[in-house]
Design a protein around this ligand. Sequence first.
Ligand code: DQQ
Length: 548
Amino acid sequence: MDLQASRPVVESSASANQPYRTGFHFQLPKNWINDPNGVMVYKGVYHLFYQYNPNGAVVEGIKIWGHSTSNDLVNWTPHEPAIYPSEPYDTNGCWSGSATILLDDKPAILYTGVDSQNRQVQNLAFPKNLSDPYLVEWIKSDKNPVMQPTIKNRINASSFRDPTTAWLGPDVQWRVIVGSKVDRRGLAILYKSKDFVNWFRSETPLHSANDTGMWECPDFFPVLVVGQNGVDTSLNGPFFKHVLKVSLDETGHDLYTIGSYDNIKDIYTPDKISVEGDLGSRYDYGKYYASKSFFDCVKNQRILTAWINESSSVADDVKKGWSGVHAIPRKFWLAENGKQLVQWPISELQKLRANHISLANKLLEGGSVIKVSVVTAAQADVEVSFEIKDLDNAEVLEPSWTNPRFLCSQKGASVKSSLGPFGLLVLASDDLKENTAVFFRIFKGNNSYVVLMCSDQSSSSLNQDNDKTTYGAFLDVDIRQQKLSLRSLMDHSIVESFGGGGKACITSRVYPTLAINEAAHLYAFNNGTQSLNIAALNAWTMNTANIN
Ligand code: DQQ
């Protein structure tokens, strides 16, 4: 059994003048945070562990597992770090991993240790005291490392990390995948175990794909074919499809495929329409990485968590003393047509809503901007639905316009067409010199209309040191049947947007210099030539959550 080395101290205190700190997104008082780890609910308490650098606001440094708990996934109580370097098998870092609730109802954590030779190995830890509702102390297994690269298994020792939540197969053996690569072929290496301690590598990976590079933070789980409930990670059969998510190290994007899992052969096969690699489906087309899901058995839902990196310079991060936040936990499920996942902020978030204002059936003329007088637009939640009556004049989509991100950057918020751009200007200054534009454009495609969703950060800040890349995605909605909806969560330096009821999500980091706190405003705009209707708009100030 492990005797952990002396526990690192979690420091608090943030320096004054912090316009970019968030009100309801998970963040730390100071220093660097990245991936969510080991997210789970145990005896009604939600646990979030996270990659943490206790020594600064920069990525460089030895990572440990920070730990917070919650009753609602909105308000979080901090605890002492749960897992930190103490043994030769993790002396250079305790990297990402996952939690599994075992058959005797005890949680176990598998995490990547960077060992004394800088090899990536997988380690096991258990709670020290199961009667502590917060599971503050963790004991490392004396069998560690439980998976390691050897000459025989020829696993690449610097590309072997981030074990998933384990699932049980029909032979009552546990299975887990670990991210890896061979040359540029991404791999989900499969291990099996009868007792969760002794693990054996399967000859073939669960799945692999050419030209995708290292697969970080894989996630593998079933989704119901019908309905929005989540299910336990071990379920399989005719009522389920499976999802494999990989975080592509080369591009910093979280991609998923939907497919079938043969749990006798232990092979996952993506459906034919599910594209692999960076052109495939993403959870989020903005800043969103190293996500991890878990089955919330309290509310029968599958929840998605992720790291949102900064878009500011390292110098600015060091100056403000912190870097990184986590996205709002999202409930997610398989769309009715089985082609994609749909995501929506957890319903508990609505407890923070205050000062409701609403508009209904309001004409938004071509070339107009209207102010939405939400009390605190720097920390707000807005839901709007647009109604477009006449689609005949939609701009024709050229066959070569297949890259939505490129299209959004070519056709930003100020480039007029007939149907669009229209949407919201958020975190905007009074004179609109600063704003982040989240908007739609409608094109006429070959056989159907095509909806483009964009988040344009090019005017988000007068500070030129930030990454202001424009993000974009195509939205799979039938615009002839439906109104077009957009929900945006604004939180000082974050704009998290959900188009078409959660069929495309885009998260942006922005750093306004004028549109901060009370000087931030919200507008609806239509820069297209054709008028449209705001069928309904509801906006709320968001109260500040109790976070750490
Ligand atoms: N972050 C962790 C790794 C993981 C990467 C290290 C993804 O385990 O592959 O902090 O952001």
